[in-house]
Design a protein around this ligand. Structure first.
Ligand SMILES: *Cc1c(COP(=O)(O)O)cnc(C)c1O
Length: 358
């Protein structure tokens, strides 16, 4: 389920830019009309990455989402999802989460006075379990993976009548996550918007990837960008790479990953992405690619990005550096490049300490 807008009408980019910065300024491209449930989400920086630019001999930027409420880009989806729930008069919401979405939605639900139940795998990071509990949401832990958490959440929705807010079961979080790309294209443009040659995103459920493609389509329809189209590169950990495998085999459908993922990039522990086929389609339509990266490569990249550019990225975000590095090595990396750092490394302190001990 994806939101469609009337893009025939004209929207003046100068008007949009005249509003306060941040995701709410793009209101013509958001499915909400009422009062915003906001925690002060500011526009996140598009940081230049001079060391990586030198190394790969092309212009590199990092869209750094670590400053959002709850420390990840999940705040964007939660802000729009909970705002819409409030508008619709929904009193209670249930959702499965790999961790960060649950944390973000719990905070926005608390702000809005909406009841929230989050189902999570028992193995989800303690930090995420804690933030859900701190925010007063109900935390239901299940054995297995996010797929098992999703089954449990669907049951709870049936039993209680709560609104079922699983990824792609509702159309709002894609719209929220889309705003990261509207901000990025705005920051790259000079008077108008501009798209980079390459966008590299971590892929779990694939919302970020689909949202990036949707942002490109919509700003093109509005005449805010020219003809260039970014290649979309998706990154998964080798420990949970169902979409990479399907991409490499030339399949249109994504088979569930056969084992339970334990990757430190916990936001990417999604063995059976519900819209994997749509992710494949968007990546292929952009002439992009899918790349798998190892745990050791991810850990090295977290340190590399922090020590070379001063950006303490989450493991999911750091994985994009590894993918771009591989593309630079085989000559297929075209700039300008935007790497998507989806969250703060500090949120992963316990996991990093446990795994990078000397
Ligand atoms: C959820 C998450 C991802 C994956 O995003 P999708 O939109 O589900 O593909 C990446 N990074 C972090 C930090 C996350 O929490």
């Amino acid at each position: 389920m994806l939101v469609r807008y009337d893009l025939e009408r004209s929207v003046d980019l100068a008007d949009v830019r005249g509003r306060a910065s941040g995701l709410w300024r793009y209101r013509e491209l958001l499915p909400v009309q009422g009062e915003a449930v906001s925690l002060g989400e500011s526009e996140t920086p598009l940081l230049s990455a001079p060391r990586l630019s030198e190394r790969w001999r092309t212009e590199v930027f990092v869209k750094d989402e670590s400053t959002l409420p709850s420390g990840t880009f999940k705040a964007r989806g939660a802000a729009i999802g909970i705002t819409r729930a409030l508008e619709l008069g929904i009193k209670s919401v249930v959702m499965p989460s790999a961790g960060n979405a649950g944390g973000a939605w719990a905070l926005y639900a608390a702000r809005a006075g909406i009841e929230l139940t989050v189902t999570m795998a028992r193995t989800a990071p303690a930090m995420n379990q804690m933030e859900v509990e701190m925010a007063g949401a109900d935390l239901v832990l299940v054995d297995g993976t996010i797929a098992d958490a999703a089954r449990r959440a669907a049951e709870i929705a049936r039993e209680t009548g709560a609104f079922f807010a699983a990824t792609f079961a509702e159309p709002y979080r894609v719209e929220g996550k889309k705003t990261a790309w509207l901000e990025t294209f705005d920051a790259l443009g000079d008077g108008t918007m501009a798209v980079p040659a390459t966008i590299v995103v971590p892929v779990g459920g694939g919302v970020a990837a689909i949202a990036a493609a949707k942002a490109v389509d919509e700003v093109r329809a509005l005449g805010w960008i020219g003809d260039g189209s970014p290649r979309l590169v998706g990154v998964q950990p080798a420990d949970c790479a169902p979409i990479v495998r399907a991409f490499e085999r030339g399949d249109d459908q994504v088979e569930p990953w056969p084992h339970e993922p334990t990757t430190i990039a916990s936001g990417l522990r999604v063995p059976a992405p519900s819209e994997g086929a749509l992710v494949l389609d968007r990546i292929r339509a952009s002439a992009g690619t899918m790349v798998a990266v190892t745990e050791q490569e991810i850990l090295t990249a977290v340190r590399d990005l922090a020590s070379s550019e001063g950006i303490f990225a989450c493991p999911e975000g750091a994985a994009t550096v590894v993918a771009a590095e591989k593309m630079a090595a085989d000559g297929s990396l075209e700039g300008p490049v935007v790497l998507y750092n989806t969250g703060a490394g500090a949120k992963y302190a316990a996991e990093l300490a446990a795994r990078s001990a000397p």
